[in-house]
Design a protein. Structure first.
Lengths: 271, 78
C-alpha cells in the first residue's frame, strides 16, 4: 500500500497572498449595509455585469467590489454547510477559508468572464465559482494532515478495525462485486474505486494527491461502474436493461481497452 | 490443533456496493456539470420537479458535484 500525501501542505494562513486581491479595490470585501448585491433568482440582473467588469474607472471598481461581495457570500454559505468537516471550525479559520476561496473564485471567474452566455443570472453563474472553490478548499483542509491510502482491493485499510460483523456475513453480491473488481478492472481503476467509494476520499483531494483532475477521476469511476455493471449483469446479479443513448460521452469501456488513466506526474508526492 | 487461518476475503460494505454499481449513463463530465450547474439550479428552484436526466445522473454518481449543486440551489432559495 502506498500513502499519498502533499509535499507542501498549504495552511489556511492569513499570510498567504490572495491571488485575486491585487484586482480588488480597498475594502472590497465589505458592502455598505443595505447595498443590493443581487436580487431574486427569477428577477433580471439590475446591472450589466460583463460590461461593468470589462469597463474602467469607478464603474469597474464598483463592479469588482460587488462581485467580491457575491463571492464572499457564496463561499461563506458553502463553508458553513461543511463546517463540521473542518478540523478547526473556529470563526477565525472559517473567515480565512471564506476569503481565500472568494479571492480564488473571483480570479477564476474573471478569467472566464467572456464565456458567460446569459443563460442564467450572472449572480447565479458567479455563485457557482465560489461554491466550487470553497467546497474544494474545505475538503483540502479536512484532509491536509491525513494520508490517502493508495491501496488495492485486497490490501486492508491501515486503520480499519477488525470487526467480525463486517466479515462474517458478507453478502453474495458484495463478494461478486469484489470478484468482478479483481477480474475486469485495472489496478489503477481498482485503487481509484477503493479510495473514492470504499475509503471515502473526496474526489478533489485524491485528484490533488495524484496530480490529476476531478474530471479525469470521475471518468475513471464511470468506466469502473460500466465495467462492473456489464460483468455483474453477465453473471446474473443485475437485470439486463435496454440500450439507450449515452449522451455522446466516453461510453462503456471495452474489455481490452487501457483505461488505466494513471497520471504521469505526481505533484502531490508519493511515499 | 486448529487449522491455519485463511486470509479473509474482503467484504465491501453495502453502501460501497451500491455506489460501485450505480448507473452513471448517460455520461456527463464534471466539467459539463459545472457549466450547466447555474441553469440547472435556477430551473430546479423555479420548478422542484424539474428533470435533467444527464445532470441528475451525474449528481447521483459524483458526491462533490452533488454537494455543490445542492448548495447552489439552497443559496438561491435563501
Amino acid at each position: 500500500m502506498t500513502a499519498l500525501s502533499r509535499d507542501e501542505p498549504r495552511a489556511a494562513a492569513p499570510s498567504r497572498p490572495h491571488r485575486g486581491a491585487a484586482a480588488l479595490p480597498p475594502g472590497a470585501a465589505a458592502l455598505p449595509p443595505g447595498a443590493p448585491v443581487c436580487g431574486r433568482h427569477d428577477e433580471p440582473d439590475p446591472m450589466d455585469w460583463v460590461a461593468a467588469l470589462h469597463g474602467a474607472g469607478a464603474e469597474h471598481a464598483e463592479a469588482l467590489r460587488r462581485l467580491h461581495a457575491l463571492m464572499v457570500r457564496a463561499a461563506a454559505h458553502q463553508v458553513w454547510r461543511m463546517r463540521s468537516a473542518l478540523p478547526d471550525p473556529s470563526p477565525g479559520t472559517v473567515e480565512i477559508i471564506v476569503n481565500q476561496a472568494a479571492d480564488e473564485a473571483m480570479t477564476a471567474l474573471l478569467g472566464k468572464l467572456d464565456s458567460f452566455e446569459g443563460r442564467s443570472r450572472f449572480t447565479t453563474w458567479a455563485f457557482k465559482f465560489a461554491i466550487l472553490q470553497a467546497a474544494t478548499e474545505v475538503r483540502r483542509v479536512q484532509w491536509q494532515h491525513r494520508e490517502v491510502q493508495w491501496r488495492d482491493l485486497d490490501e486492508p485499510r491501515a486503520s480499519a478495525h477488525d470487526d467480525p460483523e463486517s466479515h462474517a456475513e458478507g453478502a453474495d453480491l458484495s463478494r461478486a462485486v469484489a470478484a468482478a473488481m479483481r477480474e475486469v478492472l485495472t489496478p489503477y481503476q481498482r485503487r481509484v474505486a477503493v479510495a473514492l467509494l470504499v475509503d471515502g476520499v473526496p474526489i478533489d483531494v485524491l485528484a490533488d494527491r495524484l496530480g490529476t483532475t476531478r474530471g479525469a477521476l470521475y471518468k475513471t469511476l464511470h468506466h469502473v461502474r460500466v465495467r462492473l455493471r456489464v460483468e455483474l449483469t453477465a453473471r446474473g446479479y443485475l437485470p439486463t436493461r435496454p440500450a439507450r443513448s449515452r449522451g455522446g460521452g466516453p461510453g462503456p469501456a471495452p474489455a481490452n481497452a487501457d483505461y488505466s488513466e494513471a497520471p504521469t506526474t505526481h505533484t502531490g508526492g508519493v511515499r | 490443533m486448529s487449522a491455519p487461518r485463511q486470509p479473509r476475503e474482503p467484504v465491501l460494505p453495502p453502501d460501497a456496493v451500491d455506489t460501485l454499481l450505480r448507473d452513471t449513463t448517460p455520461w456527463l463530465s464534471c466539467e459539463e456539470c459545472f457549466e450547466r450547474m447555474d441553469t440547472y439550479a435556477e430551473a430546479t428552484v423555479a420548478d422542484p420537479a424539474h428533470v435533467d436526466e444527464a445532470m441528475d445522473t451525474h449528481l447521483r454518481g459524483c458526491a462533490a458535484c452533488d454537494e455543490e449543486a445542492r448548495s447552489l440551489i439552497d443559496l438561491l432559495r435563501a
